[in-house]
Design a protein around this ligand. Structure first.
Ligand code: B16
Ligand code: MG
Length: 217
């Protein structure tokens, strides 16, 4: 019995959301836009281009494409400075044991992320070899909640959506998994991720019996 276990990256495997936040905050501050932690929730799982649009909407700012392109480059350059020193210590608690268990059980493992920086992050944290397939922001045209990123991962693994399980920390990502007919597992708050089939505060609360039950289902 082989299932596809598809992992989101930011907020599931690593806590890069905090770096995205710091980098966006610099752009927002420069534009005099109030950008809080609550606002940042709106950006989770959302593409870089769409994230900037959301921030500009918050500030009621209309900008030229030229300016937008400039800010997108600035944001990413700043974000990348936070990744320079990244290593395995940034892997969120409980993630490695699950990856190891899935490998022992010969399950298929994929990454399904909106980020265009996914590969260097997996390399720096030393876990890229766990992934049979990587689908990221460079490979898709439709952002979550469109299921494209997850469907593509399942297709590359040759496993049906019904036999695919998605770990997600964002509302848009949980919706994408549901729309794609996959089993959604929310990682984070029960109130925020209530649309997920299962919800866990973090990976340390997911035990091997639960994973086993998903495999044999
Ligand atoms: P980048 P995920 C998403 O990654 C983040 O949640 C989101 O905040 C970010 O804007 C997006 O990636 C794009 O990232 O600027 O690196 O291309 O959660 O889908 O792994
Ligand atoms: Mg995420």
């Amino acid at each position: 019995n082989t299932k596809a276990f598809i992992f989101d990256l930011d907020g599931v495997i690593v806590d890069t959301a905090k770096y995205h936040y710091l980098a966006w905050q610099k752009i927002a501050n420069a534009l005099n836009i109030d950008f809080t932690h609550e606002h940042n929730e709106l950006l989770k799982g959302v593409s870089r281009v769409r994230s900037l649009d959301i921030i500009l909407e918050l500030g009621n700012i209309q900008a030229s494409q030229e300016d937008k392109d400039k800010w997108l480059i600035q944001k990413n350059e700043d974000y990348l400075t936070y990744l320079v020193d990244m290593d395995e210590s940034e892997i969120l608690p409980g993630v490695l044991p699950i990856l190891q268990f899935l490998k022992e059980k010969n399950q298929a493992i994929a990454l399904g992320s909106a980020s265009k920086n996914a590969r260097p992050i997996l390399e720096k944290t030393g876990i890229i070899s766990y992934f049979d397939v990587i689908v990221d922001g460079n490979d898709v045209t439709n952002a979550k909640p469109d299921p494209e990123v997850f469907l593509k991962a399942a297709r590359l693994l040759n496993i049906s959506p019904e036999n695919s399980i998605v770990f997600e920390d964002s509302v848009a990502g949980v919706q994408a998994a549901n729309i794609g007919n996959m089993t959604s597992i929310g990682i984070g708050s029960k109130t925020v991720l209530h649309e997920a089939k299962y919800i866990f505060e973090d990976f340390t609360l997911i035990d091997q019996n639960f994973i086993e039950s998903l495999i044999t289902k």
